[in-house]
Design a protein around this ligand. Structure first.
Ligand SMILES: C[S@@+](CC[C@H](N)C(=O)[O-])C[C@H]1O[C@@H](n2cnc3c(N)ncnc32)[C@H](O)[C@@H]1O
Length: 233
């Protein structure tokens, strides 16, 4: 058990840097890159050595890299692969060679609105505003694919933020959680502290106080389980 003592024990995860503990996992300059320790905590808790971990929105590849370095099998894919070991595919139609009902863990760090364009692919879900109900319809399709490839009792970790934009707050996290709970059983919700965002500057802090709004200080990490005893999607 000694090797497990550095696992997070509470529902607030705050890591000093994106690459903490995994210097080569992901690209710290990639917009919305996942903290490597977040991936590590999910992999170590919910996938055993040799188990399959999938990441359908792989971006710069943090989750797959961490999973492999911990001895798990990993299939990362996405629309804008940044590494040669990431497949090019749409998260709404997961590609061969991912088998049905076999993965132990799916980790999804998705866009949370249309604030960031990830490349020129028109299928990018980062082109749909979180104020548009289509956003949640498309995320439901991604969740259905995760459900299909996860084994009974397999775990889904989904990272997402709320949005405050031009005077309008959207509770993206809670809306998404309602969608995910149509298929999965919620196990827990973690607050993932954000650092180094473009809005983490004295100018934005001044604006937040002056115009009476809040900067996004955290993302949600929803942890859910495919109900034990269920098979395909
Ligand atoms: C927050 S980033 C993921 C960051 C990644 N985990 C990392 O550590 O670099 C969101 C990713 O979702 C991808 N994405 C958006 N729409 C997609 C789709 N329909 N299918 C697959 N990937 C998609 C974007 O290309 C982007 O790489």
């Amino acid at each position: 058990m000694l090797g497990r003592t550095d696992l997070e024990a509470s529902t607030c995860w705050d890591f000093p840097s994106q690459s903490d503990g995994h210097l080569k996992a992901g690209d710290a300059t990639f917009n919305g890159v996942t903290p490597a320790r977040c991936a590590e905590n999910l992999v170590r808790r919910y996938a055993r050595p040799g188990d399959l971990v999938v990441d359908p929105m792989a971006g710069s590849g943090t989750i797959g890299h961490v999973a492999r370095s911990l001895g798990r099998r990993a299939i990362p894919f996405g629309l804008t692969p940044k590494r040669s070991d990431i497949l090019r595919a749409d998260a709404r139609a997961w590609p061969w060679p991912i088998p049905d009902g076999k993965a132990a863990l799916a980790v999804i760090d998705s866009p949370y609105s249309d604030n960031l364009a990830y490349g020129g692919d028109s299928r990018c879900l980062g082109r749909i505003s979180c104020r548009d109900s289509r956003f949640y319809d498309e995320m439901r399709r991604v969740a259905a694919e995760a459900f299909r490839v996860l084994r009974s009792g397999g775990v889904l970790g989904w990272i997402i933020s709320d949005e405050y934009r031009r005077g309008f707050y959207t509770a993206v996290g809670f809306r998404l959680l309602n969608v995910l709970a149509e298929l999965f059983e919620p196990l827990d919700t973690v607050v993932l502290v954000r650092h180094h965002d473009r809005s983490a500057s004295p100018m934005w802090e001044h604006r937040a106080r002056r115009f009476n709004f809040y900067l996004r200080g955290f993302k949600y990490l929803f942890i859910l389980q495919k109900p034990v005893g269920t098979s395909g999607g």
